[in-house]
Design a protein around this ligand. Structure first.
Ligand SMILES: Nc1ncnc2c1ncn2[C@@H]1O[C@H](COP(=O)(O)OP(=O)(O)O)[C@@H](O)[C@H]1O
Ligand SMILES: Cc1cn([C@H]2C[C@H](O)[C@@H](COP(=O)(O)OP(=O)(O)O)O2)c(=O)[nH]c1=O
Length: 220
């Protein structure tokens, strides 16, 4: 295991579709880089060439077919295993900071909201795949669906099999993320994503600052 003094920090951004994760990721990476910190930005599912291929398979099944819930949970975790081994762990070991747009909490939330696989099984798979590589900090972006709807429309991105689901699904996802943040308050912090992008970035930065001082304090 890499000594903590040498290890970079691992931050994950979570929340529903269009809530502002990628926007926040860019803002945080810029601010950290301005301080001279090396930052790797990545996303899930994806982040490595093979995991990006799994992303395509998982998010865009043929219109007349769908993954079983278990197959979907395993696909997300197969992609994550590759991502951890080839990108996240090597970067952290080099002292780089990693900011990932989604990580294992998305599987806990989406694959359990969609049903078909118990939370217990999901947690067992998660433990095997991520092992000791748990995020130092998870920012859960939270906003009412009406706000993110307007953003999704504004973005004009192609919808995928997940985004085209009904409102009740998105509300269930939001509630599940809120519950998750409550159960792990040491790692997860809920951020009001209904504010302006600048305000969201400021609120996120306040959660990141303790990680900076921890790094300074542990530097030789
Ligand atoms: N705080 C914000 N206020 C208003 N619009 C935002 C905010 N954050 C992001 N956006 C816009 O909303 C859209 C979705 O944001 P994005 O960062 O891509 O979300 P996600 O990565 O969570 O899907 C983009 O058009 C982005 O410019
Ligand atoms: C990482 C991950 C994502 N997903 C889903 C959530 C999203 O609907 C979809 C694509 O993620 P993403 O492209 O990050 O969505 P957005 O940018 O619109 O927020 O993948 C899972 O179901 N399980 C997972 O483990």
């Amino acid at each position: 295991m890499v000594a903590d003094t040498l290890r970079g920090r691992f931050i994950t951004l979570e929340g529903g579709e269009g809530v502002g994760k990628s926007t926040l990721q860019m803002a945080l990476a810029t601010r950290l880089r301005d301080m001279g910190i090396e930052v790797v930005t990545t996303r899930e599912p994806g982040g490595t060439p093979l995991a990006e291929r799994i992303r395509e398979l998982a998010l865009r099944p043929p219109e007349d077919d769908a993954w079983t819930p278990m197959a979907e949970a395993l696909l997300m975790n197969a992609a994550r295993s590759d991502h951890l081994d080839k990108l996240i762990r090597p970067a952290l070991a080099k002292g780089q900071w990693v900011i990932s747009d989604r990580f294992s909490d998305s599987t806990r939330v989406y694959q359990s909201v969609k049903g078909g696989v118990s939370q217990e099984i999901l947690l067992q798979i998660e433990a095997s795949v991520i092992a000791e590589t748990r995020p130092d900090l998870t920012l859960v972006l939270d906003a009412p669906k009406a706000a993110t709807d307007a953003r999704r429309t504004g973005r004009g991105a192609a919808t995928d099999a997940f985004e085209s689901r009904p409102d009740a699904f998105h509300e269930a996802v939001r509630s599940a993320f809120q519950a998750l943040a409550q159960t792990d308050p040491g790692r997860c912090h809920l951020i009001d994503a209904g504010e302006t992008a600048e305000q969201v970035a400021e609120a996120a930065w306040r959660e990141i600052e303790p990680l900076l001082s921890a790094q300074r304090a542990s530097a030789p």
